[in-house]
Design a protein around this ligand. Structure first.
Ligand SMILES: *[C@@H]1O[C@H](CO)[C@@H](O)[C@H](O)[C@H]1NC(C)=O
Ligand SMILES: *[C@@H]1O[C@H](CO)[C@@H](O)[C@H](O)[C@H]1NC(C)=O
Ligand SMILES: *[C@@H]1O[C@H](CO)[C@@H](O)[C@H](O)[C@H]1NC(C)=O
Ligand SMILES: *[C@@H]1O[C@H](CO)[C@@H](O)[C@H](O)[C@H]1NC(C)=O
Ligand SMILES: *[C@@H]1O[C@H](CO)[C@@H](O)[C@H](O)[C@H]1NC(C)=O
Ligand SMILES: *[C@@H]1O[C@H](CO)[C@@H](O)[C@H](O)[C@H]1NC(C)=O
Length: 603
């Protein structure tokens, strides 16, 4: 069935190319520039791909591979007719990784090396671990040491950074990581000149981290959709994003651009760094060469170099709706012949609808536009089987408004909750909600998700684009739960929400209660064993311990009400406060804890 759909899409694009007389694709004028960029950055690109695939590997191993690939490149530049130079760079890379002595056994990926071609690539992709809890946190160096190391050997310093960042962000696309490397170099140069280096690093690093995190969750979400739902959903997502961002674009141009985008996406998702850089560059060249028909907002971006150009275009503002574009598009509701048109080609029909609706509604989020398309598709399916279809689909617009109203309400409630509770209690709210809903998730993951929810709401609530912003960002949190390179099985209710419908994931999760299949552990598993090291924790560290206590408490006592759970958390906080001030903290803990345990059992 899935296979059929994929073939369906390929034919769909082919057919469009034939029947719509697509504008001729602009030549990738930047191909040789991109090639040169790749050649110059072979070391970094290799390090990215390697560290993302084999996250356990050491920096020395990464450097060895980078050296081997650089030699390979030099060989091929000297004589491109050598047989190994005709292979895809990705295949050469994986071959070289597999040929590194002892490495496949050491890091447990021999099973991938025993496969070839597509199978091998896919195996390496599936091997990536999104949960990087097995790695230590990113090392923080003293600023003086950092500056010295950079001055000493800037290349090695940057490679080490790329390595550390890539293995912790295995799904981020290579161009994004290359851009992050540039930002890190800029930051290091600037901050090492400053008097107060530490402060400079702290402030600038925050910006880099925010930039990386944002793109990372977005790329993961789209790749997760691609892996679970295939090319068709990926295309719908990009029709929405491109039409929403570039409302002036013509449908034919959009489809032509979509071909470039979709051919890039699978390679980027699977971690083929070289092809991803090429694919990205092709898309951006396409956009830049057609500025008069796509957007007049990106001139400045198009003057920039790779990889900055791409990120600049992605982050540029949406264009305004063209003046001659009416707000209402009646041809999808008041046309007598809709059923015939739809029947002639459903894919093109829906693509056109999605395009027309998205370019008219910059205020809506990507998932909301997909929900509307899905409502429309269902409605037509139903109406085209009735005696009088036009009568039946005449009310389509009010159906669209209905779903939008529902989504708006959810967002309003979320933002009201944010205003009411403030950041701290808001996080507790989501920690409890997520743990009850999916107690199988690790404590680290739930804590991360809770933080992401708080970030989404603090970023978006009160913005004029509140709705789209919240709905888009919270959808990414849901995407995190559903996973990128695997079909996770968490519990039946959550799995259902993850794979039933991409567009309706969020409302599906919104309606989820506590997991009914969950059986809590029969012992408290040390939750109530406190040691004096608790007293050494301050600020962030203490907060982290509180968050973890709450999540583990919910896992142990999922039947307790939110109020009871929060009350126990307060008791825990008070107890830590009190005992850490006491003469003998351990004695105090020993004395006080039974009370807390008793209370958790009564409530
Ligand atoms: C390039 O490699 C091919 C194939 O091995 C060989 O026949 C040819 O002589 C080489 N050319 C140069 C300039 O080394
Ligand atoms: C090695 O990988 C295989 C296949 O993915 C897995 O079944 C096995 O548990 C792994 N072993 C270790 C030690 O991680
Ligand atoms: C700088 O390089 C020298 C020689 O390569 C080395 O001994 C020293 O440890 C390096 N210092 C730092 C801070 O990396
Ligand atoms: C749907 O909502 C839009 C925008 O709020 C409004 O202009 C339009 O009249 C509504 N249409 C129907 C049929 O309710
Ligand atoms: C996940 O499930 C979908 C649909 O059943 C399937 O097409 C896809 O190959 C699966 N992906 C993985 C990584 O198993
Ligand atoms: C969702 O995907 C999982 C893993 O592939 C599968 O076991 C489950 O049956 C799917 N559920 C639905 C509702 O499709």
């Amino acid at each position: 069935m899935k296979q059929l759909k994929l073939i369906g899409f390929v034919i769909f694009l082919f057919f469009l190319t034939e029947s719509l007389n697509l504008p001729t694709k602009p030549q990738d004028v930047d191909f040789s520039t991109t090639q040169k960029f790749i050649e110059e950055n072979v070391g970094h690109i290799t390090t990215i791909a390697f560290a993302q695939y084999i996250q356990e590997a050491s920096f020395e191993e990464a450097e060895m591979l980078a050296k081997a690939m650089t030699e390979y490149k030099d060989q091929c530049l000297a004589n491109s007719t050598l047989s190994q130079c005709l292979k895809l760079p990705q295949d050469v890379l994986l071959e070289t990784i597999c040929a590194m002595e002892g490495l496949p056994q050491k890091h447990n990926f021999s099973h991938c090396c025993s496969k070839v071609n597509d199978e091998r690539r896919r195996c390496f992709f599936r091997n990536k671990k999104g949960d990087v809890g097995f790695l230590p946190p990113l090392p923080t160096l003293d600023p003086e040491v950092k500056c010295q190391a950079y001055k000493n050997n800037s290349e090695s310093f940057l490679s080490n950074y790329i390595y550390e960042v890539s293995r912790r962000n295995p799904f981020v696309f290579a161009p994004t990581l290359l851009r992050v490397t540039d930002l890190i170099e800029e930051m290091t140069k600037t901050c090492c000149e400053e008097q107060d280096k530490a402060n400079c690093f702290r402030i600038k690093a925050e910006t880099v981290v925010r930039y990386l995190k944002g793109l990372s969750s977005y790329q993961k979400n789209v790749c997760g959709a691609y892996v679970k739902f295939g090319q068709q959903v990926l295309n719908s997502i990009y029709i929405v994003i491109l039409s929403n961002k570039f409302p002036r674009i013509e449908f034919k141009e959009l489809i032509s651009l979509l071909q470039d985008v979709s051919s890039k996406y699978d390679v980027c998702c699977e971690g083929d760094a070289v092809q991803c850089v090429h694919g990205r560059s092709k898309v951006m060249s396409h956009i830049c060469s057609k500025q008069d028909s796509i957007s007049n907002n990106i001139k400045k971006c198009c003057e920039k170099k790779i990889p900055e150009r791409g990120e600049c275009i992605i982050n540029s503002n949406k264009d305004d709706r063209p003046n001659d574009l009416s707000l209402k598009e009646s041809k999808f509701t008041e046309n007598e012949h809709l059923c015939e048109e739809r029947k002639a080609d459903q894919d093109i029909f829906m693509a056109k609808f999605l395009y027309e609706y998205s370019r008219r509604h910059p205020e809506l989020s990507t998932p909301q536009l997909l929900r509307i398309a899905s409502v429309y598709d269902d409605l037509l399916k139903e109406c085209c089987n009735t005696e009088n279809p036009p009568d039946c689909y005449r009310n389509a617009e009010s159906k669209f408004n209905e779903t939008t109203e529902k989504s708006l309400q959810i967002v309003q409630q979320e933002c009201e909750r944010f205003q009411r509770l403030g950041e701290g209690d808001l996080k507790y709210h989501y920690l409890i909600k997520f743990t009850k809903m999916a107690p199988q998730l690790s404590t680290d993951e739930v804590t991360f998700l809770g933080e992401e929810m708080v970030t989404a709401l603090t970023t978006c609530c009160t913005l004029s684009e509140e709705f789209a912003c919240v709905d888009n960002l919270v959808d990414l949190v849901v995407g995190e739960i559903c996973g990128v390179n695997e079909n996770r099985t968490i519990n039946p209710a959550v799995d259902h929400c993850c794979n039933a419908s991409f567009a309706f994931r969020r409302p599906c999760f919104e309606a989820l209660g506590a997991d009914k299949t969950y059986v809590p552990p029969s012992t408290s598993q040390g939750l109530f064993t406190f040691h004096t090291d608790l007293c050494q924790a301050h600020n962030e560290e203490l907060q982290r311990k509180k968050d973890r206590f709450l999540v583990n408490l919910v896992k142990l006592k999922p039947e307790l009400t939110d109020e009871a759970l929060l009350s126990l958390l307060t008791d825990f906080t008070n107890l830590v406060d009190k005992c850490c001030k006491a003469e003998g903290p351990q004695a105090c803990f020993n004395e006080q804890v039974p009370e807390l345990v008793a209370k958790s059992q009564v409530s």
